[in-house]
Design a protein. Structure first.
Length: 202
């Protein structure tokens, strides 16, 4: 049901998942959600690392079909909070998200070092996100893409009283040292042919 609402952004589908904590947050009903979820994620990491250190098995006695039992990588919270993304699971399912980030300086996928992002809300035609450069000495460049595979088209970006027209699936942002801003990204969902190509390679 959560997937259906995420894909359709229909209010009737949203009513079926209105009690989901993430949906409540995206609807503006739980401002404490990001901090609480990050605390849970750090608790999971600590638990996994403690389990790794206490593990008495050897390579010869360890179960071969569960090699990730103590894997401390915990990404779903960041996926939700930074990209407004669904959990793709462990079966190589496609990633469904509203925003994805790229580092044009290091020419790689992922948010640049020292840059933080927090999704505030999503709807059929817009995404609200705050981007912050935590570095107090150097500016940062990043590319924001609408959708995991550029499948959404950005039509306009609003920042306070300013607005900028866009007609692309991605745009580049320069964050001055120690700066940040909240952007409202207007978009047409599923309006562009998906691609595996990184926008920085075009």
């Amino acid at each position: 049901m959560l997937n259906c609402w995420f894909w359709t952004q229909d209010e009737n589908d949203k009513a079926r998942v209105k009690d989901d904590a993430w949906v409540r947050y995206l609807s503006g009903s739980d401002s404490a959600y990001p901090v609480g979820e990050l605390q849970k994620a750090f608790g999971t990491i600590r638990s996994k690392v403690a389990g790794m250190r206490a593990d008495t098995t050897t390579p010869d006695t360890r179960l071969a079909d569960d090699p990730m039992k103590y894997n401390p990588a915990t990404v779903q919270t960041l996926n939700k909070l930074m990209m407004a993304g669904l959990d793709p699971g462990r079966g190589a399912a496609p990633l469904h998200c509203r925003l994805r980030y790229f580092d044009p300086i290091n020419r790689r996928a992922g948010i640049p070092e020292d840059v933080a992002a927090l999704i505030h809300s999503i709807s059929d035609h817009e995404v609200s996100v705050t981007l912050v450069n935590l570095n107090q000495s150097n500016p940062r460049e990043l590319i924001v893409q609408a959708g995991a595979y550029g499948e959404h088209k950005v039509t306009e970006i609003q920042m306070g009283d300013q607005s900028l027209r866009v007609d692309n699936s991605n745009f580049q942002v320069t964050l001055a040292l120690g700066s940040g801003a909240r952007l409202v990204i207007k978009n047409d969902r599923y309006a562009v042919q998906p691609t595996m190509s990184f926008p920085l390679m075009k």
